[in-house]
Write a protein that binds this ligand. Sequence first.
Ligand code: DX5
Ligand code: ZN
Length: 217
Amino acid sequence: MKTPFIAPSILAADFANIQSEVEMLNTSEADWIHVDVMDGVFVPNISFGIPVCKAIHRYAKKPLDVHLMIEKPENYVEKFKNAGADIISVHYEACPHLHRNLQQLKDLGVQAGVGINPHTRVNLLRDIIHEIDLVCLMSVNPGFGGQSFINGTYDKVRALRNIIDEAGAGTKIEVDGGVTIDNAKQLLDAGADVLVAGSFVFRSENPADTISRLKNV
Ligand code: DX5
Ligand code: ZN
């Protein structure tokens, strides 16, 4: 089986010790650092914004995978790129002109991602799949860490894998929300490439070891 990318979500880290949390990720088997930005409008919660992204970037030796759960992301993506983002996902549901958003991300020189909520059909991405580097497929309703995984996600991963493979696109599938060692293997078998894990990593006794277990599941 292919080896997944692991993207621990810094949302579940100890913000009072962000430097040591990022340094732990640097020396772990994590591939990316997932950065969850929430605006209190697109989702019913506020997390953090550009200055915190910049602080994470100051210590990070791994790519920052910035997940924008915000309205009007086009007004902020350049600022996040300047704050260190390597991959930026905007939400399908926040972008009536998604093709234009993807173009904007490419023009900025970051990898272009699209987040989709649990109720959004993966089919809606079919016509623009070649423009998308990463689909951040939500396996919980965005807005909070620590929620339970929605079981319907496996079918969505399979359906999206078919769309990508039929189109011959190189799009990666990232699964975000409620990921643990109990569903990781099934997600990879269904066709996922990247696993985001927040609480499962940071609430465990040995986060680096938990990352390794996910990586080698
Ligand atoms: C949810 C975020 C997720 C979340 C994952 O809105 O997009 O990235 O932090 O955290 P866990 O793994 O705790 O569900
Ligand atoms: Zn996320």
